[in-house]
Design a protein around this ligand. Structure first.
Ligand SMILES: Nc1ncnc2c1ncn2[C@@H]1O[C@H](COP(=O)(O)OP(=O)(O)OP(=O)(O)O)[C@@H](O)[C@H]1O
Ligand SMILES: [Mg+2]
Length: 347
């Protein structure tokens, strides 16, 4: 995948940035990523927005610290108002932090904002661009703002990469919502940053376009770009991201490999349709929850480390019921997300 040129291997975090040529990704980028310095490093980041009237102002980030490893797709999740966009906008230099530090590709955003900014491409949550320019012109203008010399510009290459080559000369206002999002991704890559951050890339996008955007994110990542994305779609995060951080009310509540996070979901649910109406609910210490989901439908939640669906069914049969139908549901990232965010709320 040579469509996207990035500077991943050629810029050492902390080094002075130049415009080096593209070097192909190494044979095992995920293994290499484990030994490389982080792509983004956030330490005790605090943001309190200025109050609009009397009062203290909104504490949007309350001492958040985490690292984004190089080379992967990192998910930043959290409910509405958690502080995700605030964090991203601080990295983009669009929001002033109150305290704490952040480094992008080794460059401190206070001490070396210029290089920090050059190392990151941001696709904002809101779609904004001038509707009177064509996609090609949008990319050329952005390249001009970044000071990319004409011979080094790659506007058509980027349009090809986001599958908008045939729209190069169309007015941007004629693009569909999904096309606009793809154009914003190309715009964020104009200066060949090693890190791409997408704030809610698939919000309000239909299923088909969402799939296309996922594919695009994967392509960018395969080309060597470290990707950070925020999303409300948990199945999206589960499918795309190797690692997930969850923030809630401005605090980091978890930061783990996706696999570990999903494994935290120990609950399983078995739904049994029985041969007759349920009177008293069958009880057992191995059941975490047992509830009627209909006159003859029983929903049993159990800890998969303590029992299994076969034993649950045997227990119900042991109480004189015959089982007519059975379905099971594995807890997923959504369950973990809900339990972690509700635990944070209760704390
Ligand atoms: N410019 C601002 N002035 C004051 N408060 C703000 C400002 N921007 C955001 N906030 C507040 O800061 C908190 C975090 O907002 P932020 O936009 O970072 O959340 P988010 O996690 O991106 O939410 P969403 O999922 O809805 O996009 C919210 O309570 C929000 O109302
Ligand atoms: Mg947001």
């Amino acid at each position: 995948m040579a469509l996207i040129k990035v500077h991943r291997q050629s810029i050492q975090p902390g080094a002075v940035r130049s415009q080096p040529p593209f070097t192909p990704t190494q044979s095992c980028p995920k293994c290499v990523a484990m030994t490389l310095p982080p792509a983004i490093s956030i330490n005790n980041l605090v943001k309190r927005y200025a109050p609009s009237g009397n009062g203290e102002g909104k504490l949007a980030l309350d001492g958040v610290s985490f690292d984004v490893p190089q080379g992967g797709i990192f998910g930043l999740l959290g409910p509405n108002g958690a502080g995700k966009s605030t964090l991203i906008n601080i990295l983009a230099g669009m929001v002033m932090k109150t305290s704490g530090t952040a480094k992008i590709w080794g460059f401190d955003i206070d001490r070396d904002m210029r290089n920090a900014k050059r190392s990151i491409g941001i696709v904002p949550q809101e779609i904004v661009f001038d509707p009177f320019f064509t996609p090609f012109e949008v990319l050329e203008n952005t390249a001009g703002l970044w000071g990319v010399a004409k011979p080094l510009r790659r506007s058509m290459e980027l349009l090809r990469a986001v599958h908008l080559e045939d729209k190069a000369s169309a007015y941007s206002r004629t693009l569909s919502g999904g096309m606009r999002r793809r154009l914003l991704i190309a715009k964020a890559l104009v200066h060949a940053p090693p890190v791409l951050v997408l704030d809610e890339p698939t919000a309000g996008v239909d299923v088909e376009l969402r799939r296309q955007l996922w594919e695009l994110v994967r392509e960018m990542n395969n080309a060597g770009v470290t990707v950070v994305l925020t999303t409300h779609y948990l199945e999206e995060a589960e499918e795309l991201c190797e690692r997930i951080a969850i923030i809630d009310h401005g605090k980091l509540i978890t930061n783990k490999p996706t696999r570990e996070l999903v494994e935290m979901a120990r609950e399983k649910i078995v739904v049994l349709t029985l041969d007759r109406d349920i009177g008293a609910l069958p009880g057992n210490p191995a059941f975490l929850k047992c509830a009627k989901a209909g006159e003859r439908v029983l929903e049993v939640t159990y800890d998969k480390d303590r029992t299994n669906a076969g034993e649950v069914m045997a227990l119900v049969q042991g109480q004189g019921f015959a089982i007519v139908d059975v379905t099971t549901r594995e807890a997923d990232l959504e369950d973990v997300f809900v339990s972690l965010t509700s635990a944070a709320k209760a704390a």
